[in-house]
Design a protein around this ligand. Structure first.
Ligand code: CTP
Length: 401
């Protein structure tokens, strides 16, 4: 998958620069052309000669090098790569790209890259206090909003002696990540139809009132967008939300659980993958009053069960890959596992509503992904769009295994 790809490996000045030698070696082994660009500070940690030897190519460190074949070398370097990976990415290079400062070769090349064509990925590495500082967090957030990819660093023993978050992701994992990025760029969902349900349902009590829930629809809309960008034909069946639908997605708006049930059942025979992020109301008022209920004496509302859409899909599975979401406030993994079995699912994305950054109305989520073979993968807090791609990566590799 990486064979024949041109990768710009940007190395900024952190101690993890020693790991980049292994990274360069692995990328060359995968068949990539690796063009290394180093900052001056990076050259203090590891010699450009190491990378020249590993990649078989000149290594560039300065805007004004005599070895540049043209005066616009930074533009040439920016045009060629299929993607750029900055590893390690220090707080400095992250801050510079966020702020638009291009004062050395690496920052200039990165700013000159057309990210519509070549993704730019940062793999941060720094002291955990620096990593959690408001400035760095904010810079990373803005970079992501602008379409840059930022890999979450690992936790562990740091060079400064502290233990915490900030370790550069290990080279083999970064190579795996690059493969998934290339797969996304090449449209790995082309030819597949993905049905996503999103948002809450509203269960009417009278013409102006309903029972509902706090779901914002953000997770489902992010998944629909990500699947569509990867080439899928996407059908988004959504309860009421305040969100704009992603481009190129076929949107079907519903309100109640029963409307969602009918819309989903109609599409089900013709889809390959179903991702049910919708927070479907399990109950509805037995009776919907025809006129607005006037206040007066106490009323009792009897709630009756709604169809369990996902369970019905699981019972009638004909090759479709089914992904359920489980939002829990207790016994997260046990409850999510039960849902996987009861609804005959292939994967469950479980989130603990009690964890900060997880849940309904947030832009981020914190999830565990459960697989049929019992394996459980835990993801750190991340924004819902980024998480969507990781979920789609897992689905596509399970479907093809
Ligand atoms: N779901 C569904 N139809 C329902 C209820 C839920 O299709 N009537 C789907 C949701 O879209 C989600 C999964 O089932 O993908 C789990 O939903 P959740 O609300 O977490 O659990 P429930 O199955 O409703 O069980 P409980 O409310 O008892 O936790």
């Amino acid at each position: 998958m990486l064979e024949g790809k041109i990768v710009l490996l940007g190395i900024s000045g952190g101690i993890a620069a020693y790991k980049s030698a292994e990274l360069a070696r692995l990328l060359v082994k995968e068949g990539c052309t690796v063009q290394v660009v180093m900052t001056e500070a990076a050259c203090e940690f590891i010699s450009p000669l190491t990378f020249k030897t590993l990649t078989g190519r000149p290594v560039y460190c300065s805007l004004f090098e005599k070895s540049h074949s043209s005066a616009t070398a930074h533009i040439d370097l920016a045009r060629e790569p299929h993607l750029a990976l900055i590893a390690p990415a220090t707080a400095n290079i992250i801050g510079k790209i966020r702020a638009g400062i291009a004062d050395d070769l690496l920052s200039t090349v990165l700013m000159a890259m057309d990210r519509g064509r070549s993704p730019v990925i940062f793999s941060p590495s720094m002291n955990s206090t620096m990593f959690s500082s408001p400035a760095v967090r904010d810079n990373i957030k803005v970079l992501r909003q602008r379409g840059y990819l930022v890999v979450e660093p690992g936790e562990g023993f740091l060079a400064c002696g502290e233990v915490g978050e900030g370790r550069m992701v290990e080279p083999p994992q970064l190579v795996t990540y690059l493969k998934s990025i290339i797969a996304r760029e090449e449209g790995d969902y082309t030819g597949l139809t993905v049905l996503v349900t999103a948002g809450p349902t509203r269960e009417p009590l009278d013409p102006v009132r309903y029972f509902g829930n706090l779901s914002s629809g953000k997770m489902g809309y992010a998944l629909a967008r990500a699947a569509s960008e990867r080439g899928a034909r996407v059908i988004l069946i959504s309860g009421p939300t305040a969100l704009d639908p992603p481009e190129k997605v076929h949107l079907s708006l519903v309100s109640s659980a029963r409307e969602m049930y009918h819309a989903v059942m109609e599409e089900y025979p013709n889809v390959d993958i179903v991702i049910k992020t919708a927070a479907v109301a399990d109950y509805r008022p037995e009776e919907c009053f025809p006129e607005k209920v006037k206040k007066g004496k106490e009323i009792e509302v009897k709630l009756v069960r709604n169809p369990d859409i996902l369970k019905e899909l699981g019972l009638n599975k004909k090759g479709q890959f089914l992904v359920g979401f489980a939002a829990e406030t207790e016994d997260l993994l046990d409850n999510a596992n039960k849902k996987m079995k009861e609804k005959n699912l292939d994967m469950v994305v479980a989130n603990d509503l009690g964890v900060e950054g997880a849940g309904f109305a947030t832009d981020t989520n914190v999830v565990h992904v459960l697989y049929r073979d019992g394996f459980v993968e835990e993801f750190p807090i991340m924004d819902k769009y980024q998480l969507s791609h990781l979920i789609l990566d897992r689905i596509i590799s399970l479907r093809s295994s």
